[in-house]
Design a protein around this ligand. Sequence first.
Ligand code: FES
Length: 200
Amino acid sequence: MSEQEKGPGGMSRRDFLKLMGAAGTSVAFAPFVPWGKFMPNPSSVTLTKVPVILPDGTQANLNTFPVNHAEVITYPETADEVLNEEAFRKWQFIRLPEKFGGGRKDVSSFRAYSMVCLHLWCLWKYWPDEGRMRGECPCHGSMYDVKTGTAFIGPASVQSAPSNTLAQLNFEADSDGFMFISPPTWGVNANGVVGYGRFA
Ligand code: FES
């Protein structure tokens, strides 16, 4: 276990997450917990630009990824498959619908938001169907604007900022359209804090 994965008192992030799950803890505790030490990689300075790897193992390419479509990506990945399955490493990688600009052949067509719902940490997903085109959480009905990551319906929508807007990743693309995740800054005034949010 690296030092980065240890929180206060030497508790590992894995142990911390087990404890949180056992306690049924909610974001109501958020102000009292040093979230930045756990989510999902505590040290932004150690992160580097990495390819966007899709579930089939290929690298996302903006010339081929379908409009109005989403896949689950893992970030940051580690050599530990157990850590890689943490919900806090799961992101909805979305190409926007045409009507929201998803037809553009550049990174502005894409979004990646943490899948951890800002209400009580269930996993939400993007629904591309006509009449939906939004993120929906199955637990208590929070819905997220796909363009911004801000909740507009449900319990997450009535939480105060920054806990009404999902953490996000930013992208770069090379000249062949292959996409990369830019190194994030885990802070509420930047990419956000997974499970806690960001200022939109
Ligand atoms: S956990 Fe998502 S709405 Fe409650």
